[in-house]
Design a protein around this ligand. Structure first.
Ligand code: MLT
Length: 242
């Protein structure tokens, strides 16, 4: 089983993702919020690269049963119902609804990766569900860290490293890692007893804390607290029932 990790989604083209199981990671906060939306009973999450496409999608689906969510510079986009805090996705706000989501890095990465054979989103909050799914399929994996505006982010790389670590426990030497995957594994193992702190010290966590979203970092680093498996089907992320 080959595991290739990309520390940022740029460059990423069709040839990178075709015929692969692609796991998109944006711990702070898009792929955590996607889990929160599905945990809260959203029918599905449609990720669009920008607010314009989100509005077009809403018009296409009709306004009823649709919630617009997302952020730019960390805060809710004007005229959107919700921002990108996982705590905003509740039964009341998204239960039974479709969520159209656009975020700075996470939904952009998803849109770049959406031609994969299987597309899954992962955070720390749904780690075990993702590990089970990819271990069952046992196909070559592409892990796409959303990063931060084209740059490395510690939280996504630690999350990718934890996923690889869990897979090494099952498959040992059968795994062939690219160098970025080896580095992610090393980063996770070096920080495994205090990865919350390592993430909280990271650039994006510090930024989120500075604009009042410190609580989101605690939510996003609770491993397996949201046991859903978001998989892309017909353009929307839905929870694959166990
Ligand atoms: C992103 O996609 O860039 C993030 O989810 C940003 C955030 O809301 O913290």
């Amino acid at each position: 089983m080959n595991i290739r990790l990309l520390m940022t989604p740029i460059p990423l083209d069709k040839a990178d993702v075709e015929e692969k199981t692609v796991v998109v990671i944006d711990v702070l906060r898009a792929t955590t919020s996607i889990c929160a939306a599905l945990m809260a009973g959203a029918k599905g999450v449609i990720a669009t690269p920008g607010p314009g496409e989100a509005g077009d999608m809403r018009a296409k689906l009709g306004g009823d049963g649709v919630v617009l969510a997302g952020e730019r510079n960390g805060v809710r986009i004007e005229n959107f119902h919700l921002g990108n805090s996982p705590s905003e996705f509740t039964d009341e706000t998204v239960g039974g609804m479709h969520v159209i989501m656009t975020t700075t890095n996470g939904t952009l990465a998803l849109n770049r990766a959406n031609k994969g054979k299987h597309v899954i989103t992962a955070g720390l909050v749904n780690m075990s569900r993702v590990v089970e799914a990819v271990a069952r399929e046992k196909e070559d994996l592409l892990l796409v860290c959303s990063g931060r505006e084209g740059h490395f982010s510690i939280e996504d790389t630690i999350c990718g490293g934890m996923l690889i670590h869990r897979l090494t426990e099952r498959f040992g030497d059968e795994l062939q890692l690219n160098d970025a995957a080896s580095l992610a594994l090393l980063l996770y193992r070096t920080n495994q007893d205090n990865f919350h702190e390592a993430i909280a010290r990271g650039e994006h966590a510090r930024f989120l804390a500075s604009i009042g979203f410190e609580q989101d970092i605690a939510i996003a680093t609770r491993v397996d607290s949201m046991p859903v498996l978001p998989v892309l089907r017909d353009g929307r992320l839905v929870n694959e029932v166990e």
